[in-house]
Design a protein around this ligand. Sequence first.
Ligand code: NAD
Length: 366
Amino acid sequence: MQVKELEKVEAAGIFGTLTQMGHEQVVFCNDEATGLKAIIGIHNTVLGPALGGTRMWNYASEQEAVTDVLRLSRGMTFKAAISGLNLGGGKAVIIGDAKTQKTEAFMRRFGKFVNSLGGKYITAEDVNMKTADMEYIGMETKHVTGLPESMGGSGDPSPVTAYGVYLGMKSTAKKVYGNDSLSGKKVTVQGVGQVGMYLVEHLVKEGAKVTINDISEEKVKALVEKFGVAVVGAEELYDLDMDIYAPCALGATLNDNTIPRLKCAIVAGAANNQLKEELKHGYMLKDKSITYAPDFLINAGGLINVYNEYLGNYNRKRTLEQAEKIYTTNLSILNLAENEKISSQEAAIKLCEKRIEEVGRVRIPR
Ligand code: NAD
């Protein structure tokens, strides 16, 4: 949670903040019987229904949950827009303890709330949600995606996300080094969970010199045994001699404290909201001549995957082909940023806004 953003919400009030961030609708869902307290944030539906996962988290305050859902749903608008999908941006948060509170009734009640929006919001998995939870939601609404393969869904989106991140990293290398080979490049992957481990596999296959970091000793051990990768501690990570830093764990790892320490030429990873402050830290990287692949673009493989499932007749090959566009889109954003002397994050947002505005103009009858 970013304290500054929290202060902003408090200062502007809820409606002031919705206006500043451009949200259309925020839905508060309350069910005493099951103890469900959820907030659905619908940021923008110009390009299509708002698709975004549901996150369950023990927020320190309701205010913190509101801030999180607003920030995450806005990010989904950009992710869909930049990926050329006919989707808007939305996200839901459930306040509570995922380990003790989730029951069939709890999840189905949430499904009813999603259903009440008539398809304006489509949900999927996010932090602390599993495909089994999506099954319960799916008993109450058809506006859910990311179902298990056994139910005709597309299963875990992480391999597609990792593939997109890998291609985004390669196209950034193309921009920086003149060719996209990662062979021999020193890449540090922070977080070797679902996405990180598949990314490591791609990198090792290509001959990159991979170093990993994770708070889970078990995951680190497994990857060291499987791929013979090197390991770095959390403290030393940002000072490491590396070509590419790939944040695949948490958001906000690019901040006042870390950026001055980074010696890499490229940042390209899977984590959402890597820049603690979008504009400020995007420019700090630019000023250090570190090329940043916008997170919401290169980690969009998961969204592309669940979108394809939602359209029906899910086809993995077609999904991967769509994810492959990340390579050229990223390259054009990096070129735009260079030409306009702006940060890559800003260039990416500009492209999103352009598409939303242009398509919106086509679609909204005058
Ligand atoms: P995950 O929970 O499977 O993996 C995250 C990993 O990070 C875990 O191994 C965890 O131990 C590690 N970690 C947590 N805190 C850490 C810390 N402080 N330092 C080092 N490691 C730490 O999650 P995932 O699905 O692999 O997603 C990774 C990131 O990518 C997340 O930020 C997620 O929001 C984002 N993302 C994922 C997808 C997807 O398809 N799974 C899609 C888009 C974005």
